[in-house]
Design a protein around this ligand. Structure first.
Ligand code: AMP
Length: 143
């Protein structure tokens, strides 16, 4: 199973926010959409950064509630690790484990075409393991 296959099941919609929007707006967006991270866009590039709930917690812990009036660009991660539709689930699991993040935007050409979260990866692996287990049970029952 690769990223393209997961995207065709879950959809290619990516929730994004402008780099100049406030951190408070980003927090409301995450809450309303029930997600853990947004891709940050500006007029020069499809992925200017990524902002996750952890960045918001860190910003409020360091600067108090006034951080919520500051622009997203101040607290986002600017160096975003991305993948392509051809990346495998195993590669993504390795990437997320080693680099300690839970979201990877998907890029094709210069376009943002989706995002994979750790929840998508775990769901996929659980389904694969269940299918393998079922196949083994059937094999044993008929042997
Ligand atoms: P997460 O575990 O995805 O909530 O993010 C943990 C930290 O890693 C936050 O500081 C994020 O801004 C950052 N982060 C999340 N995804 C990525 C990514 N694909 N590339 C680089 N940094 C990321």
């Amino acid at each position: 199973m690769n990223v393209d296959q997961i995207l065709s099941l879950k959809g290619r919609n990516v929730v994004s926010i402008e780099a100049g929007s406030s951190l408070g707006d980003a927090a409301r967006l995450l809450s309303e959409r029930r997600i853990g991270a947004v891709v940050v866009v500006d007029d020069r590039q499809p992925v200017a950064g990524i902002l996750s709930e952890r960045d918001i917690v860190k910003a409020v812990a360091a600067h108090g509630a006034q951080a919520l009036d500051q622009p997203v660009s101040r607290f986002m991660t600017g160096q975003v690790v991305t993948c392509t539709g051809h990346s495998s689930i195993n590669e993504l699991m390795e990437l997320m484990t080693q680099q300690k993040f839970r979201h990877v935007p998907v890029i094709e050409g210069a376009q943002l075409v989706g995002i994979i979260s750790i929840g998508d990866v775990v769901k996929q692996r659980v389904e694969e393991i269940e299918a393998e287990s079922q196949a083994i049970k059937e094999y044993i029952a008929t042997a």
